[in-house]
Write a protein that binds this ligand. Structure first.
Ligand code: 2AM
Length: 172
């Protein structure tokens, strides 16, 4: 099963992210991430044997993140897959500490491959014309606060029209 750990936006923020995704699509085209799937990935685990799931669920359920406020203030893109995202201009120490602590735990469990760097972002579009974000940046600055606390363990299913996610566990 393909698993990842993420923060899911509260409903009001989800709506605002969805509005930005609509706007981005008018500039960049591509495939828009459905509202229900908008998230911030903290740790992508890839394929995990189903037998490991109970221990992972127990570990996630036992996490107690202190929480924080992440300021989203920029548009961004990843050239290769044509991803358009929103994120922060400066590294957020609380998010960085959360991600690092999670990877310490995941490595102790022998799960996943720790990435060399962490670029927190919320993907809005895939297979998009990412160079068009320059016009977005000029026209619509991003200014959102994400009050986060609870982690979610999600399973990703690949379907014909894209990925679908299912929550398997939550932290405190
Ligand atoms: P994304 O936010 O940039 O799209 C579920 O697939 C989540 O894990 C997605 O949010 C995606 O990041 C991330 N993801 C998918 N494949 C990945 C990979 N090979 N390495 C790192 N992260 C990945």
């Amino acid at each position: 099963m393909r698993l990842f750990l993420a923060l899911e936006p509260p409903d009001d923020l989800r709506e605002r992210l969805a509005t930005l995704a609509d706007l981005a699509q008018t500039h960049c085209g591509g495939r828009r991430v459905p509202d229900a799937s908008l998230h911030l990935t903290l740790a992508f685990l890839g394929e995990v044997d189903e037998a490991r799931l109970p221990a992972l669920v127990e570990w996630v359920s036992g996490q107690t993140p202190i929480g924080g406020v992440w300021q989203l203030d920029r548009w961004g893109s990843f050239r290769r897959p044509g991803i358009v995202w929103v994120g922060g201009r400066t590294p957020d120490p609380a998010l960085g500490a959360l991600q690092a602590g999670l990877w310490d735990g995941l490595q102790a469990l022998g799960l996943g491959v720790r990435p060399a760097r962490f670029v927190p972002h919320v993907t809005l579009l895939r297979r998009a014309a990412w160079t068009a974000i320059e016009s977005l940046e000029a026209q619509t600055p991003v200014a959102l606060d994400w009050r986060w606390q609870r982690l979610t363990l999600l399973r990703s299913y690949t379907e014909q029209d894209g990925a679908r996610y299912e929550a398997l566990a939550h932290s405190a």
